[in-house]
Design a protein around this ligand. Structure first.
Ligand code: BTN
Length: 254
């Protein structure tokens, strides 16, 4: 059953928000991409756009992100981190917030495939896209919530799942959205105050790659955890390499 009868309109969401994230809150029944709904100047840190359906949803590395109307949580959050800071670390901050919100509202265990795919088991349940422009970073988050198996995308890099498929029961997008914005605000404030160090234990606990054979660009080796600056450690016969960004390909052993 689609969640379309319960759209994530401002009148339902804003009264439940515990902090400053989600203010202002922009909801649309349909848009091209929530990433483009927060472009006007002057919007504050924590402004949020949410939609029920995107006609031009974007994924990482130039891929598209498709959805079935009303089945996903689709949002963008505008952040204004200090100029010159390590904004690439925000991938991990947002990934952690998404993972925590899913765990808190569904009871599922999640992991994070560096830098920011959120998995349940071996399957991707949420994707994150960071787009920077000037002093703003727009964090796009897509969570598969209510899709059944037949509605999940096929042929993706990682197999997909939804919260409904993974738990075997319906999940409430409103509860998840409120938990996600609270978690993201809290984790972002921590990062602003003290960078990644206080978040590392929670990231390491959910590290989907540690000990796995991986290739990133020209680097092949064993994933050796996340460094304090957010880079991925790759252990090779020649020693340790730290990788700042890139697409991780898991090596499949025969
Ligand atoms: C990925 O895993 O490739 C990232 C997917 C990000 C999808 C979200 S949905 C809300 C926001 N709007 C977009 O167009 N993309 C992000």
């Amino acid at each position: 059953m689609a969640d379309r009868s319960r759209p994530l309109t401002a009148d339902r969401v804003v009264p439940l928000l515990p902090g400053r994230f989600g203010r202002p809150y922009r909801w649309s029944e349909e848009c091209a991409s929530t990433q483009d709904e927060l472009r006007d100047a002057g919007l504050p840190d924590g402004a949020v756009a949410v939609t029920d359906h995107q006609t031009g949803g974007r994924g990482r590395s130039g891929r598209s992100w498709s959805d079935v109307a009303g089945r996903s949580l689709l949002l963008s959050v505008l952040l204004r981190p200090p100029a010159g800071g390590p904004v690439e670390q925000l991938s991990l901050v947002v990934g952690l917030a998404v993972a925590e919100a899913i765990e808190a509202t569904t009871g599922l265990a999640t992991t994070i495939k560096w830098p920011n795919d959120v998995l349940v088991g071996e399957r991707k349940v949420a994707g994150i896209l960071l787009e920077s422009s000037g002093e703003t970073v727009i964090c796009g988050i897509g969570v598969n919530v209510a899709q059944d198996d037949s509605e999940l995308p096929a042929g993706t890099r990682l197999p997909s799942t939804s919260l409904r498929v993974a738990t075997g029961r319906a999940q409430d997008r409103l509860t998840l959205l409120v938990a996600l914005l609270a978690s993201l605000e809290s984790r972002y404030e921590t990062w602003l105050a003290a960078a990644l160090a206080p978040l590392l234990p929670e990231l390491e606990r959910r590290d989907a790659l540690r000990g796995k054979a991986v290739t990133i660009g020209s680097h092949t080796g064993t994933a050796g955890g996340i460094a304090s600056d957010g880079r991925l450690r790759i252990l090779t016969p020649e020693g340790e390499t730290l990788v700042a960004s890139g697409e991780v390909v898991l090596q499949v052993s025969d």
